[in-house]
Design a protein around this ligand. Structure first.
Ligand code: ZN
Length: 473
């Protein structure tokens, strides 16, 4: 931020674990069902409902822990966190306070100053609360989300600004998706984040921290941090002590506002959950899950740099989405020009994909063919872009499209000269400008050839044809 002040940030990320049923009952977890249709006495908190732990949720959380380099605990336990709120029908949430499932991991992120390690203090599993729906002067409650399994991932206060926070979340999401622990669909609230933020003068003690609640997009997290850091620094400069409080971020104004003074742990009256036995895992179970983990984004990135010769930044982007990475490897096996394939993937393909791609509709062999044609100079960059769009949307071969629509590069200097003369007849001013010493006019004339050929003119041939015309008199 400012040279004098430092922003200190820790994140608490809630990720919905990708299980078919809820954590303590057999209700479905699918998103988008009619409100209050995926409920039962257990997740509605009716008297007599008894929780039974879903082992699939444990397995997914262990996957997350291993993928983040944590020590998975063979003995962990559940606690009740008591508070009163309409989204919590039991009046308490079953979570892990004293004995979490995972301790001590880390995640590497790319920052402006190079790679940085962000420590992960713990991961515990807990049940989600219901969703409150506001509208028409009413508050409605949808209990479908109540009891959906969550992993809460708590970082060390290692993050120093909005950019690092966004980089961490992006990387975390990519690792959780790749490991099979969670889908992290942002638009469905599958990954939500609380931000603990404080400011201090460099080298001094941490200031009082403020918690920003329930942010559901990378952009909101970054904006909320930027606003709050400025607010806290301004207060510190005036000599005011920050209050320990919970604040909300308002998307429409870009400001934060106080919600309530922060409860301390004691206010939640945690105590051991009497209806669930401790969670015991054997070393063998943990190792079996470790062995089933697929290759993770960092390992893929390193391999793309060393084996395929990609630039580290390109490799990181491609490795961050499993579906794209799988697709890229199939295409890369079919062309020697991996860097160009990577460039086309980043500039043209990512634009066409949804934010949580499950697959890539462009057949890898067609992408490889377009790459080879572009590399050989048979098609221009503009045509390569067009071909990727066509082959992404329809079942056509790039060669067919080039033949049928005459999209090959025009290298014939005589033809290019003819096109140029036509353009200059319509805009003689370009020529007179050039003769008067306006060198930019030359670029404009080449631009006209490109426009008239739909981007198919070979730049060198067009330039040579133009020189012939310009040298005439
Ligand atoms: Zn249920």
């Amino acid at each position: 931020m400012t040279p004098e002040f430092e922003t200190v940030i820790g994140l608490e990320v809630h990720a919905e674990l990708s299980t078919a049923s809820k954590i303590f009952c057999s209700c479905a977890t699918g998103f988008g069902a009619e409100p209050n249709t995926q409920v039962c006495p257990v997740c509605m908190g009716l008297p007599g409902g008894m929780p039974v732990l879903n082992r699939a949720a444990v397995e997914k959380a262990v996957r997350a822990g291993l993928a983040l380099g944590c020590e998975v605990q063979t003995y962990s336990a559940f606690d009740r966190k008591n508070y009163f709120y309409p989204d919590l029908p039991k009046g308490y949430q079953i979570t892990q306070q004293e004995r979490p499932l995972c301790l001590g991991g880390s995640l590497m992120i790319e920052t402006a100053g190079g790679e940085k390690r962000i420590g992960i203090a713990r991961i515990h599993i807990e049940e989600d609360a219901a969703k409150l729906v506001y509208g028409g002067g009413k508050v409605l409650v949808d209990y479908n989300r109540c009891g959906v399994p969550l992993a809460e991932i708590v970082t060390e206060p290692d993050i120093r600004g909005a950019e690092e926070a966004a980089a961490f979340l992006k990387k975390l999401r990519s690792v959780l998706r790749a490991s099979g622990a969670a889908e992290c669909r942002m638009s469905e609230g599958g990954m939500r984040c609380d931000v603990n933020i404080s400011v201090r003068r460099r080298g001094e003690q941490f200031g009082e921290r403020v918690e920003l609640k329930n942010l559901s997009s990378f952009r909101s997290v970054a904006r909320a941090i930027e606003y709050e850091a400025k607010r806290l620094i301004a207060a510190a400069e005036r000599g005011e002590a920050a209050a320990r409080e919970t604040r909300r971020f308002d998307e429409s104004t870009g400001r934060t506002f106080a919600m309530r003074r922060k409860e301390s742990g004691g206010d939640y009256r945690y105590f051991p959950e009497p209806n669930l036995p401790p969670l015991v895992l054997t070393e063998e179970e943990i190792e079996r899950i470790r062995a089933s983990l697929p290759e993770l984004p960092d390992a893929r990135k390193r391999r793309y740099v060393s084996e395929l010769g990609l630039a580290p930044f390109d490799a990181e982007q491609i490795a961050s989405e499993n579906a794209v990475a799988d697709w890229f490897e199939r295409a890369a096996a079919l062309t020697p020009h991996r860097r160009r394939l990577a460039a086309l993937t980043l500039t043209e393909l990512f634009r066409l994909l949804p934010s949580d791609p499950e697959s890539v509709p462009l057949p890898p062999e067609r992408a490889a063919r377009i790459t080879d044609m572009a590399e050989a100079g048979e098609i221009s960059a503009a045509v390569a872009k067009r071909l990727i769009e066509r082959c992404f949307a329809e079942d056509v071969s790039p060669d067919e499209v080039v033949r049928a629509e005459g999209l090959g590069v025009i290298r014939d200097e005589e033809e290019l000269e003819r096109i140029l003369r036509e353009a200059l007849r319509e805009e003689p001013k370009l020529l007179t400008d050039y003769r008067r010493g306006k060198s930019a006019a030359r670029g404009a004339m080449l631009g006209r050839v490109m426009r008239r050929t739909g981007g198919r003119a070979d730049p060198q041939a067009a330039s040579a044809a133009l020189d012939r015309i310009l040298n005439e008199e």
